[in-house]
Write a protein that binds this ligand. Structure first.
Ligand SMILES: *Cc1c(COP(=O)(O)O)cnc(C)c1O
Length: 472
């Protein structure tokens, strides 16, 4: 057979699309996606024929089978790039790559009720006229933070940028050298300050900054004093930092507003659970800070948002700045945020109802039980892997509490017939992706961040991958 004869063996796009085997793929991936993938697969097959890399003696039925297999494989790879539920076995509670905070069930219910309908986003029902989206969460935010006024924007990076633009553009902002941090994903405090049009005046040293350093730097061009929570690192040892109360007092004395970027912004005191290193938003407001910014999807446990809370005169100015429109919060975010804030406002059971808080405060007995239950579901894997339950430590993540190590339980899996990195890859590419970590040539699954209702699927994926069955 010459190349032309072989090319004739290749089915057409239409022929393949009509195959009953393809109907399922069209249902899962949508027709245009399947068509596109099929064109790519056929194009590659044609190139292979022309390169002479194609089995010249293949029968038409074999060729078609191979095309179908290649199509399925290609769609599977495309499918990996679509949004899907992931099982977080890393133990990192606020995992930025895995979407940070899973939100409370009541917030999910509110979101699904509102997302597909018109809502009173910017319509004042009382007066029958245009309203402000900021009014929807203002009262709730004020009541949970203790601030006079609040607005929500796109995220905390935007909150900082907007605050500095509105309060310090063309002026000087004084900040300690020990607080010029970079948060993951290239959010660098000094760069954001420059974007906000402020000139940075660095004071103190990396490890020590005193109140007198700020005092000395204050001049007629000083617009504000900035404090940044060093979320993702700590300076230990020979150190000195100015407390927020001291800085707030200095600001008051000199008539200069004090802004704090709190980063995570936790609303409940987690000290009784052994997490003592994260200041609450209420503490910051109470200590006299004029404007506080924090994230909606870190320890607060809601959707991606940035909250700006503080004195009414500053919040008004911030809300009126032209940039506020560019970084405004969208309606789906607002629905989740409002619903989550209501849990805090109701006061009780926040730790039970808000998933990130629940995960951080899960008692050891419950983690042990969850690990044991998972073990029980893994009866079939004995021939393929050695498994045990071990003590380990989880991280909070999301740039919060870098030093905090919370005792946890992990499933330790040592595959017998495959390399541990093959297991890791198989799990993350499985139909229900499972993300864990490799340590000391074993695969670890931290059960702290696994939801109870995910255990059966997790066990199924693990069994399939270890047994070499296709689980995608
Ligand atoms: C996380 C963080 C930010 C960025 O917040 P996003 O909500 O991710 O934009 C800014 N500052 C600090 C101190 C942080 O910890």
């Amino acid at each position: 057979m010459n190349n032309r004869d072989v090319l004739r063996l290749l089915p057409s796009v239409d022929q393949v699309l009509r195959k009953p085997e393809v109907a399922g793929l069209i249902e899962s991936y949508a027709r245009p996606v399947v068509t596109e993938a099929l064109r790519e697969v056929l194009q590659e097959a044609r190139s292979r024929v022309l390169d002479g890399g194609f089995d010249q003696n293949a029968a038409a039925s074999q060729v078609e089978k191979r095309i179908l297999e290649a199509l399925e494989e290609r769609l599977k790879m495309k499918g990996l790039g679509m949004l899907k539920e992931a099982i977080n076995g890393t133990g990192v509670v606020i995992h930025t790559n895995l979407g940070r905070a899973p939100v409370a069930e009541s917030a999910v219910a509110d979101l699904s009720r509102l997302a597909g309908r018109y809502i009173n986003l910017e319509y004042n029902l009382q007066r029958g006229e245009r309203g402000s989206r900021h009014d929807l969460v203002r009262d709730l935010l004020c009541s949970v933070t203790g601030a006079e006024d609040c607005i929500a924007v796109n995220n905390n990076a935007a909150a900082v940028l907007l605050t500095l633009s509105a309060m310090a553009s063309g002026k000087e902002v004084i900040v300690s050298r020990g607080e010029l941090v970079e948060i993951g994903g290239a959010f660098r405090v000094p760069e954001v300050m420059e974007q906000g049009g402020a000139r940075i005046v660095e004071v103190g040293t990396t490890n020590k900054t005193y109140i007198r350093d700020y005092k000395k730097a204050i001049g007629e061009n000083t617009a504000l004093l900035l404090k940044v929570h060093t979320s993702n690192y700590r300076i230990c040892g020979f150190t000195e930092a100015v407390s927020r109360a001291e800085l707030a007092a200095l600001g008051r004395e000199c008539g200069i507003p004090v802004v704090e970027d709190l980063g995570s912004g936790v609303l409940v005191n987690l000290e009784e659970y052994g997490i003592a290193d994260e200041p609450t938003v209420q503490d910051s407001i109470k200590s006299g800070i004029d404007v506080v910014t924090f994230s909606g999807d870190k320890l607060l446990g809601a959707s991606q948002a940035g909250i700006i809370a503080g004195k009414a005169e500053y919040i008004k100015r911030i809300a009126k700045h032209p940039l506020a429109r560019a970084v405004r919060v969208d309606r789906l975010t607002l629905a989740v945020l409002e619903s989550t804030l209501r849990i805090y406002a109701e006061g009780e059971r926040a730790c039970e109802r808000i998933p990130v808080l629940g995960m951080l405060t899960t008692p050891m007995s419950k983690l042990q039980q969850r690990a044991e239950r998972l073990m029980e579901l893994l009866t079939e894997i004995k021939p393929h892997a050695a498994i045990s339950i071990d003590k380990e430590y989880s991280q909070v993540g999301g740039g919060s509490l870098p030093l905090e190590r919370i005792e946890t339980r992990v499933l330790v899996i040592q595959p017998r017939q495959m390399a541990v990195n093959e297991l890791e890859k198989g799990l993350r590419m499985a139909k229900a992706p499972v993300i864990g970590r490799i340590a000391r040539d074993k695969f670890l699954l931290d059960v702290r961040t696994v939801f109870d209702d995910q255990l059966p699927v997790l066990a199924e994926m693990l069994t399939n991958v270890l047994a070499g069955r296709d689980s995608s």
